[in-house]
Write a protein that binds this ligand. Structure first.
Ligand code: 5GP
Length: 192
């Protein structure tokens, strides 16, 4: 499969979800993959929009049918994976594809599809990352500790990516991504 595919990765609570939503609003031509996961939905999350929330057995079945482009156990607990077929269809339709996945997934996609563009979102500092994670209030103490342990490993791998973007200010981050992806700006002031 060759197409315009961009992997966006980065540690927990760096703001990947917010950044990707803002990028999508700014550039509606982007197609953003919806991952499958065995984790339970958070209160504001919807099946089919945020994730495909599946059981362990359903995830096993996706793997057995070679239905995932990549998958990984994230934060040592739940499985997350990119459904293959929708990505293939989006690429075939000429869409520009965004995969928001973890480091392990990014590595798999890069080795399977050497032409992908990879971007690492970095927090301004370790302290800001911890603050954002605590402020989000979605994790237990144990969950937070696990996510911070993964974050240390992920931050150490930033240089593997084609580009590193520091997510300090949302608008500026989106601006940088628009530039890196070579997207036309649709905002009134910034159009070129
Ligand atoms: P969360 O549980 O906070 O929604 O996501 C946890 C982590 O899983 C994030 O780092 C996110 O990038 C990663 N993730 C989400 N979807 C996928 C996927 O399809 N594949 C992989 N490998 N990681 C994913």
């Amino acid at each position: 499969m060759t197409g315009d595919i961009t992997v966006i990765s980065g540690p927990t609570a760096v703001g990947k979800g917010t950044v990707v939503s803002a990028l999508r609003r700014r550039c509606p031509e982007l197609w953003v993959s919806v991952s499958a996961t065995t984790r339970a939905p958070r209160p504001n999350e919807r099946h089919g929009r945020d994730y495909l929330f599946v059981s362990d057995a359903e995830f096993d079945d996706l793997i057995a049918r070679d239905g995932l482009l990549e998958w990984a156990v994230v934060h040592g607990k739940h499985r997350y994976g990119t459904p293959r077929r929708p990505v293939e269809e989006a690429v075939a339709a000429g869409r520009r594809v965004i995969l928001e996945i973890d480091l392990q997934g990014a590595r798999q996609v890069r080795s399977k599809l050497p032409g992908v563009r990879s971007i690492f979102l970095q927090p301004p500092s370790w302290e800001v990352l911890v603050e954002r994670l605590v402020g989000r209030g979605t994790e237990s103490d144990e969950g937070r500790a696990r996510r911070l342990a993964t974050a240390r490993v992920e931050l150490a791998a930033a240089s593997e990516f084609d580009h590193i973007v520091v997510n300090e200010d949302l608008e500026q981050t989106v601006e940088e991504l628009v530039g890196l992806l070579g997207l036309a700006s649709t905002s009134s002031e910034g159009s070129s």
